[in-house]
Design a protein around this ligand. Structure first.
Ligand SMILES: Cc1cc2nc3c(=O)[nH]c(=O)nc-3n(C[C@H](O)[C@H](O)[C@H](O)COP(=O)(O)OP(=O)(O)OC[C@H]3O[C@@H](n4cnc5c(N)ncnc54)[C@H](O)[C@@H]3O)c2cc1C
Ligand SMILES: *[C@@H]1O[C@H](CO)[C@@H](O)[C@H](O)[C@H]1NC(C)=O
Ligand SMILES: *[C@@H]1O[C@H](CO)[C@@H](O)[C@H](O)[C@H]1NC(C)=O
Length: 671
C-alpha cells in the first residue's frame, strides 16, 4: 500500500546530508548530486511497509521496520539517526531483570529540548518528519484561537461554536490538543477571553501527529527520543491532572484509531469466550454501542467520551460493572503497544509478561503508546435500580440534620451493597453559600443482573430508615433487560472544561467499616469537608480482582475499596496569587490530608496532581515493581507525565509548590 520507492528513498536519504546543518527556514532538500528540491509528497514518501500480523487491525499492518529504514539509509548518511530505533533497548522480549535498573547514566540537570533551543528541529526537519508520516503532522493552533481577533485565525462563527459547546467533551476530543482540565495548560487561550486578551500556546504541545497507522507512532517515538523532544500521548484530553498536554512537546494523537472488532470465541490461558478488540481511540459510548449491537455487555466508564483503550484502562478504570467484574484493566487479554525503543509488540499472558502486568493499571503515557487492546465481554443481562434528586437546606423539608443522617445511614450499608454487586453513583454539590443546603443526585444506584423486586428487597431497610429520619425524596425505579438502554437513559452526560477548579480523590477500604468508631469519625470528617465547600462525587463499588484474572499493576488500594470519593472545589476568577495558593493548598494539605488516615489510596485518573507520596496513593504496593519495569523499558524517560510511574525525577520549570502546570520546560531534578 504505502512503501518507499527507490527514487524517493534516494532523494530522501540525500536530505539528511544537510539536515543537521540546515539553518535555512526554506523546506528544501539538497540531494546527493547537489540538486535542490522542495521537500514534498513527490520527493519524500511515508516510511512504512505492509507487514502481515495475525489478528492485526488495519492501522496495525503499516509499520516502520528495519527494512524501511535500510532503504532510507542506503547511502550511509548519518542523519537518518533521527528516525532509527533504539538499539540499546532492542530486546524484543522485555523481561525485567530484578536486580538491575538502567544501564545508562542518568545525567543531572538535563532538560528536554525546547522551542528556541539550539537542538530544536529546524523547519526542514519538521517538514521531512511530516512527509515521512504521510502528512500527519499538525502544528498546534489552540482551540480557542478562533476567538482572538489578533491570532491570525480569528473566525466569529467558529468562535461561537467553540463557546456554545465548551462544556461538551466531544468538542475537545475532536481537537488534536484541547484538554478538559484547562488549568494545567495555563488557560492561555481560553475562548471566553478572546476579545480582551492574547492567545498563547502555554502548556499546549508544539506539534501533534494525527495517528492513523502504527508507523506514524513509531516515527514520532523515535524522532522524539533521538532529538530529546518532550513526548506527550493525547487521546481525548479527559485527563484531570494535565497528563495529556505539555509545553514544547511533540504529541501523539490517538483519537482516530477507531477500529472495533467483535470475536465470538477467543482463548488465552486464563479465559475462553467472546472478546472485542478496540483501537486506542475508541470511546466509552462507541464501545457500549458496539457491544449492544453484538448482544453483549462491555466494561467501561460512565461518561461516553472517555477513551477506553487510552487513559481509562491504563489507569485501572472503574465501571458501573466494577462490583461484579472488577476494573476495566482486569478485562484486558492482550495489548498492542509501541515501546520507547520504537518497536511494536504485543503484551499478553504469554509474551512480554512484565509489560502486560504494568500496562493494566500502571498508568497512561508511561510505558509506551498502546494502539489496541483486546477485552473480555459478557452476556447480555438485566439491570435494576433507581435515580432521584433531593434538595436540602432551610427552604426544603430536608434540614441539614435530616440530610446528613440519611447520608450516614446510606454510607453504613456500603460493604453490604457492594457484596451484592451494587454500583451507587451520586453527587453532592452545595446549592450556594454555606448553609444554603445541597443538591444530592443519584445517577444511578443500580445492580447489574438483579431484578427490580430483588433490588427493592435489598434497599428496603435503608428506605425505611430514611423515612423514619424524615428524608423527603421520590425515587424513579427502573428495570431494563440490557446495559445500553439503562446507560443511555439513567446516566448523566457530564460537563467538562471548567476553569478555576481542581479535584482530588480517596478510596475508603472495607477495614473502615470493621470499627464503628473509626467509621463514624470518617463520616463526620467527610461531612465537615463538604460543609467547608467541597463537592462530593461518590461511588459505592468494590472493584475486587475476580478469580482467574491475571495479576496486574493496577492500584492495590482499589481491591478492597467500598467507597470512592472525588472531592474538590473551585474559586472565583481573578483572585490573588496568595488566595490561589490557599485554595489549592486546602485541597491537598487540608482536605485530602485529613482523609488519608482512613483512605491512603487515591485514583490516579481522578486524583490530585499534588498528591503527597503519589506512588503509594495511586499504585499501592505495586509501585516498586512498576518503577522497576519503567526503568527497564524506558531508562531515559522518553515518556513522562505528572504523577506517572517514575515521574519524580523530572519537573516542569517555573511552577509554584502548590500546583504543577504543563507550561514550562521539562528538566531533570538534581538528586
Ligand atoms: C467527564 C469524565 C468522566 C469520567 N468517568 C470515568 C469513569 O467512569 N471511570 C473511570 O475510571 N474514569 C473516569 N474518568 C477519568 C478517566 O479515566 C481519565 O480521565 C482517563 O485518563 C481518560 O483517558 P483518555 O485517553 O480519554 O484521556 P487523555 O487525557 O487523552 O489521556 C489520559 C492519559 O492517558 C494517556 N494515554 C492516552 N492514550 C494512550 C495510549 N494509547 N497509550 C498510552 N497512553 C495513553 C495520556 O498520555 C494521559 O496520560 C472520567 C473523566 C472525565 C473528565
Ligand atoms: C525498499 O526499496 C525497494 C526498491 O524500491 C522496494 O522494492 C522495497 O519495497 C522497499 N522496501 C521497503 C521496506 O520499503
Ligand atoms: C476502634 O477504633 C477506636 C479508635 O481508633 C479504638 O479506640 C478501639 O479500640 C477500636 N475498637 C476495636 C473493637 O478495635
Amino acid at each position: 500500500m504505502v512503501a518507499v520507492s527507490l527514487q524517493r528513498a534516494l532523494l530522501f536519504a540525500g536530505a539528511f546530508a544537510r539536515l543537521s546543518t540546515a539553518q535555512t527556514a526554506d523546506p528544501t532538500i539538497v540531494t546527493e548530486d547537489g540538486a535542490v528540491v522542495v521537500a514534498d509528497e513527490t520527493t519524500v514518501a511515508p516510511a512504512a511497509e505492509v507487514v502481515e500480523i495475525p489478528d492485526a487491525t488495519e492501522p496495525e499492518v503499516l509499520l516502520l521496520t528495519n527494512a524501511v529504514l535500510a532503504n532510507l539509509t542506503a547511502h550511509d548518511l548519518s542523519d537518518i539517526d533521527l528516525f532509527t530505533f533504539d538499539e540499546d533497548l532492542e530486546a524484543v522480549e522485555v523481561t525485567v531483570k530484578r536486580d538491575g535498573l538502567s544501564k545508562r547514566n542518568f545525567r543531572v540537570g538535563d532538560c528536554k529540548v525546547f522551542p528556541g533551543d539550539g537542538g530544536w528541529p529546524s523547519r526542514l526537519t519538521w517538514k521531512v518528519f511530516d512527509l515521512l508520516t504521510g502528512g500527519a503532522l499538525i502544528e498546534t493552533v489552540p482551540i480557542g484561537a478562533v476567538c482572538y481577533p489578533n491570532s491570525g485565525v480569528y473566525n466569529a462563527a467558529k468562535c461561537d461554536n467553540v463557546l456554545a459547546n465548551w462544556a461538551q467533551s466531544s468538542l475537545h476530543a475532536a481537537d488534536p490538543t484541547s484538554v478538559m482540565s484547562p488549568i494545567y495548560q495555563g488557560e492561555t487561550c481560553m475562548p471566553q477571553n478572546g476579545q480582551s486578551g492574547q492567545c498563547a500556546l502555554g502548556g499546549f504541545p508544539s506539534y501533534s501527529v494525527k495517528a492513523k497507522s502504527v508507523y506514524q507512532i513509531q516515527l514520532a517515538v523515535n524522532f522524539a527520543r533521538n532529538k530529546n523532544i518532550r513526548l506527550v500521548v493525547h487521546n481525548t484530553g479527559h485527563d484531570f491532572l494535565g497528563k495529556s498536554t505539555g509545553a514544547g512537546a511533540l504529541s501523539i494523537w490517538t483519537h482516530n484509531l477507531k477500529d472495533i472488532r467483535y470475536v465470538k470465541s477467543y482463548s488465552t490461558p486464563s479465559y475462553s469466550g467472546p472478546v472485542m478488540k478496540l483501537g486506542a481511540g475508541v470511546q466509552v459510548g462507541e464501545l457500549y454501542a458496539a457491544a449492544d449491537k453484538n448482544g453483549v455487555t462491555a466494561v467501561g466508564g460512565e461518561c461516553p467520551g472517555v477513551g477506553v483503550a487510552g487513559g481509562y484502562s491504563a489507569g485501572g478504570g472503574h465501571s458501573p460493572m466494577s462490583s461484579k467484574l472488577g476494573l476495566g484493566s482486569d478485562q484486558i487479554l492482550s495489548i498492542d503497544v509501541v515501546l520507547p525503543n520504537g518497536r511494536f509488540v504485543t503484551a499478553s499472558e504469554t509474551q512480554n509478561k512484565d509489560l502486560f502486568w504494568a500496562l493494566r493499571g500502571g498508568g497512561g503515557g508511561t510505558f509506551g503508546v498502546v494502539t489496541s487492546i483486546t477485552v473480555k465481554v459478557y452476556p447480555k443481562m438485566k439491570f435494576s435500580g433507581f435515580t432521584f434528586t433531593v434538595l436540602t437546606g432551610p427552604d426544603t423539608p430536608n434540614s441539614d440534620e435530616i440530610f446528613w443522617n440519611a447520608m450516614f445511614a446510606y454510607w453504613r450499608k456500603f460493604p453490604e451493597y457492594t457484596a451484592k454487586g451494587v454500583y451507587g453513583y451520586s453527587m453532592v454539590f452545595p446549592r450556594g453559600a454555606p448553609g444554603s443546603g445541597y443538591v444530592w443526585t443519584f445517577n444511578p444506584f443500580m445492580v447489574p443482573g438483579m431484578s427490580l423486586s430483588e433490588f427493592k428487597t435489598m434497599v428496603g431497610p435503608l428506605l425505611t430508615e430514611w423515612t423514619s429520619i424524615g428524608l423527603q425524596y421520590t425515587p424513579e425505579y427502573f428495570e431494563v433487560d440490557n446495559f445500553y438502554s439503562m446507560w443511555t437513559k439513567y446516566f448523566p452526560v457530564e460537563s467538562v472544561a471548567n476553569s478555576n477548579m481542581r479535584t482530588a480523590s480517596r478510596m475508603f477500604p472495607d477495614t473502615v467499616w470493621a470499627n464503628t468508631t473509626e467509621r463514624d469519625a470518617l463520616f463526620q470528617e467527610v461531612r465537615n469537608i463538604v460543609a467547608e465547600g467541597s463537592a462530593l462525587i461518590q461511588y459505592n463499588m468494590n472493584p475486587a480482582k475476580r478469580e482467574g484474572v491475571p495479576d496486574s499493576g493496577a492500584n492495590t488500594h482499589w481491591r478492597n475499596a467500598q467507597w470512592f470519593a472525588i472531592m474538590g472545589a473551585g474559586w472565583a476568577p481573578g483572585i490573588s496569587t496568595e488566595e490561589l495558593a490557599a485554595n489549592n493548598n486546602k485541597i491537598t494539605h487540608d482536605w485530602m490530608a485529613r482523609l488519608k488516615a482512613w483512605g491512603p489510596g487515591g485514583y490516579g485518573n481522578e486524583g490530585d496532581v499534588m498528591e503527597v507520596n503519589f506512588g503509594d496513593a495511586f499504585f499501592g504496593t505495586n509501585y516498586p515493581r512498576l518503577l522497576q519495569i519503567k526503568r527497564q523499558i524506558d531508562p531515559n524517560d522518553l515518556f513522562w507525565a505528572p504523577t506517572a510511574v517514575g515521574s519524580e525525577r523530572w519537573k516542569v520549570q517555573g511552577q509554584p509548590d502548590w500546583l504543577t502546570q504543563q507550561t514550562g520546560k521539562l528538566c531533570k531534578v538534581s538528586n
